[in-house]
Ligand binder design. Structure first.
Ligand code: MD3
Ligand code: FE
Length: 216
């Protein structure tokens, strides 16, 4: 790691365009981090994190839950959006307004005014967890962007191309960073490298990622 000009100036939010339709809003979610974390805690109290199984029979290292009118689930039957929490057969918790508002502000900043997410997936990484390169293509309407919010420990995000074999670029995602992916970038392959150990002042030894989607 080399020192850079921004060392010590990490608190200033800034925007980096990383591909057509894709932008990184560094620190965008920091201003109301405590409110966001309280809203996530309330969701998790009703719909706990669980390690889902892929259709191939592998248990995911990332633990997941959802809020909104639908949530993403995977099991031996396959992947899908479901209105119910499969563990409790009850509806997913409502999407807290503070979360929805953050996603809408970020999307509007990048040119996606009117983004109206119906699902918020909540991923929890502990050290050692990772997410392999994949495309997000279970949503009905690819004209809507995906907005992602990173909280807690930093992670290395991989941003590839339209083919799995395209060599990915790497970006570090830190606490409070928000990514917006739309337009030509909506279907690119992406993933998260194995989370390194560390201790975050608010979240301890974990990283939480929110992804807001228009699923139906
Ligand atoms: C680029 N989550 O939940 S978020 C996922 O950090 C997922 O937990 C990662 O990939 C995480 O599906 C990455 C950033 C992200 C999300 C969706 C994208 C980037 C994307 C969709 C298309 C292109
Ligand atoms: Fe994804």
């Amino acid at each position: 790691m080399t020192a850079d000009l921004f060392d010590g100036l990490d608190d200033a939010p800034r925007r980096q365009d990383i591909a057509p339709g894709a932008a990184l809003l560094s620190g965008f979610a920091r201003a109301n981090e405590r409110e966001l974390l309280a809203a996530i805690d309330a969701v998790v109290a009703r719909a706990p994190f669980r390690h889902m199984m892929t259709p191939g029979g592998h248990t995911m290292s990332v633990a997941m839950t959802s809020c909104g009118s639908v949530g993403w689930v995977t099991d031996r039957r396959g992947y899908r959006y479901s209105p119910n929490d499969p563990d409790s057969a009850t509806p997913w918790p409502k999407m807290p307004a503070v979360l929805r508002d953050l996603a809408q502000r970020a999307a509007a900043d990048v040119g996606f005014a009117g983004f109206d997410p119906d699902a918020c997936l909540i991923n929890r990484y502990v050290p050692g967890a990772k997410m392999a390169l994949h495309q997000d293509k279970d949503e009905a309407d690819f004209s809507a962007p995906i907005v992602s919010v990173s909280l807690g420990l930093p992670a290395i995000f991989q941003f590839g191309g339209m083919a799995r074999s395209d060599k990915p670029r790497r970006y570090e995602l830190r606490h409070g960073d928000v990514l917006v992916w739309g337009g030509p970038s909506r279907l690119v392959y992406h993933g998260v490298l194995t989370l390194k150990d560390g201790e975050h002042p608010l979240l301890g030894r974990q990283r939480i990622n929110l992804t807001f989607r228009k699923a139906l």
